[in-house]
Design a protein around this ligand. Structure first.
Ligand SMILES: [Zn+2]
Length: 315
């Protein structure tokens, strides 16, 4: 059941595939600044968003998609844009829909970079996300077993140079505890991974909502003019990030109220879900993910929400 949102995306993807001409890309490559592109998933056919950043000496890609044909198509598009070497692949977090294409990009020359927890979680936590050994199936088990690990890990922040263009990688807690935001300061642009979902109900399976709400406040502070490329959904502005923050705040408050009223189990879930639908029922994935979000929010109230165990802090 935990993997149902992934399976749901796959199903949507198959439907979309049947209706679209075969030549259509599984993502929309959206130019955001000279040499900076968002690759926005189209109908679940890529599985998540990605990004391409080109400097005067090298290229970086942010996230590698879920579906191999989408990663293949992204590489082909990058080769049309520039002959420069692909130097870096930055994984915004460990979730399989953002890292499944890693091997293809490593074969194309990229060094994989991620927060240090990603290395610890990439195999076991993704297996759990896919429903465990049995349910994941042979293909997914094989994919996870051979997935290239990050070759460069960092704890708090890291600066990369692409030639005439810097990338700032910074860790923020919330979606998984191993999340990276990639900032392109000269373009006032941030690739947020799954810390931001635009007008979409998020996946909270590994999340801590309190940390996440604080992170979204920090990300928008002093950035009224910035644009934000989410892990899922269209490119947004700071108002969109604040709307997403309002979703998490509302969910947390509704769960807290139900808990304080003494409601438990299905009774609590029904009350929170009904109130949530009144405000956010038209967001993407509401049907597939909102009920699970409510269960997770109530588990936080109960103190029983499970999150991945981070590596011991170094300082
Ligand atoms: Zn995720």
């Amino acid at each position: 059941m935990k993997a149902s949102w992934l399976l749901g995306l796959a199903w949507v993807g198959m439907l979309a595939h049947a209706q679209e001409p075969p030549a259509a890309l599984p993502f929309k490559l959206e130019p955001l600044a000279p040499g900076v592109y968002a690759a926005i998933d189209q109908g679940g056919r890529a599985g998540a968003n990605a990004g391409v950043i080109i400097g005067s000496e090298a290229i970086a890609i942010v996230d590698s998609f879920y579906r191999p044909e989408a990663t293949r198509a992204l590489l082909a598009e990058v080769r049309k844009l520039s002959p420069l070497p692909l130097r870096y692949l930055i994984n915004t977090h460990h979730h399989i829909d953002h890292v499944a294409g890693n091997a293809q990009l490593v074969a194309a020359g990229a060094l994989v970079i991620a927060h240090r927890n990603v290395q610890a979680w990439q195999h076991g936590e993704n297996l759990r996300l896919l429903g465990g050994e049995e349910k994941a199936g042979a293909a997914a088990r094989e994919l996870l077993a051979t997935l290239p690990q990050p070759q460069l890990s960092y704890q708090q922040a890291l600066e990369l140079e692409l030639g005439g263009r810097k990338l700032l990688l910074r860790h923020y807690p919330g979606h998984t505890g191993g999340d990276t935001v990639v900032a392109v300061p000269d373009a006032q642009l941030l690739f947020t991974g799954d810390l931001f979902w635009r007008r979409s109900i998020p996946n909270l399976i590994d999340a801590r909502s309190g940390d996440w709400i604080a992170t979204l406040e920090r990300l928008t502070r002093g950035r009224a003019q910035a644009r934000f490329v989410p892990g899922h959904g269209e490119v947004g502005d700071s108002a969109d990030v604040q709307a997403f923050r309002a979703y998490l705040t509302t969910l947390r408050e509704l769960a807290g109220q139900a808990w304080a009223q003494g409601l438990r189990g299905e009774e609590a879930q029904a009350q929170v879900l009904k109130a949530l639908a009144e405000r956010f029922g038209d967001w993407a994935y509401f049907k597939g993910l909102a009920a699970a979000n409510v269960r997770d929010a109530l588990a936080e109230q109960a103190g029983s929400k499970r999150v991945p165990t981070p590596l011991v802090e170094l300082d």
